[in-house]
Ligand binder design. Structure first.
Ligand code: NAG
Ligand code: NAG
Ligand code: NAG
Ligand code: NAG
Ligand code: NAG
Length: 196
């Protein structure tokens, strides 16, 4: 009798413990989601801040009235409300790409082609581990291809042609196992790609 009562009270207190853990887990989860959501929003605003010319006014929708998932040219995942695609192609945009782009950690597709972006491709691009498609062609990017690109292990399509890039094509690009297409014509690059 006494034994079963004790095991009952033990299981009751472990139930309490379990619900406390449960509660804590959910609070942390909610906090994490909130923080990450804000990270994407901040990153997009930093990107906007570095765009110096926007003749079509496409960045006007990137304002606090709307959730960033409703901003023009931004696509979010339906479940987690993180940015998965950014399509700023052919919008006559000038300026540079903010290093904050690397904080868009759920980004899978980045289209920046056919604009007047200049300065260097930020090293932080290598932080986007989910990136599959990277279109930078037909711009005025200068400097070297950042070696951090090797960290984008999911990269499938990588188009760089028609920029002002210099230096060597990183020899290890062939280590990107999923890479199917790469283009870098009309730059001042030297070197060969090995392993493809
Ligand atoms: C925010 O963007 C929306 C969509 O383009 C626009 O209708 C609204 O006027 C903008 N708000 C401000 C304060 O600019
Ligand atoms: C490049 O962008 C301009 C401006 O939006 C557009 O008129 C032109 O058709 C685009 N070119 C290509 C090849 O997409
Ligand atoms: C985002 O990126 C910038 C520059 O890479 C960095 O300084 C910042 O701490 C990052 N994190 C957040 C949450 O904005
Ligand atoms: C790739 O990522 C690793 C781990 O985060 C980091 O230590 C390394 O410096 C990165 N490589 C480059 C070239 O950025
Ligand atoms: C590319 O090389 C050519 C010939 O050496 C040179 O005239 C041109 O200025 C270079 N362009 C860049 C962006 O370095």
């Amino acid at each position: 009798m006494g034994l079963s009562f004790r095991s009952l009270s033990v299981s009751f207190s472990s139930l309490c413990l379990l619900s406390i853990i449960h509660f804590l887990c959910f609070s942390f989860l909610a906090l994490a989601i909130h923080r990450n959501n804000n990270t994407d929003r901040l990153a997009l605003l930093e990107l906007k801040a570095k765009i110096t010319d926007d003749p079509f006014g496409v960045m006007n929708s990137w304002n606090s009235t709307l959730h960033f998932c409703s901003w023009h040219h931004v696509t979010c995942g339906r479940r987690h409300q993180r940015v998965t695609m950014l399509d700023l192609s052919s919008l006559k945009l000038s300026g540079s790409i903010s290093p904050h782009v690397g904080n868009l950690s759920f980004l899978r597709e980045l289209y920046l082609e056919n604009n007047s972006f200049h300065h260097e491709i930020p090293t932080e691009i290598g932080n986007m581990r989910r990136l599959q498609i990277l279109h930078l062609y037909d711009n005025s990017f200068s400097g070297q291809i950042p070696a951090s690109i090797f960290n984008c292990s999911n990269l499938v399509l990588f188009y760089l042609h028609n920029n002002n890039l210099v230096g060597r094509i990183p020899a290890g690009l062939g280590s990107l196992k999923k890479l199917r297409e790469i283009s870098f014509g009309a730059n001042n690059l030297t070197g060969v790609v090995k392993g493809t």
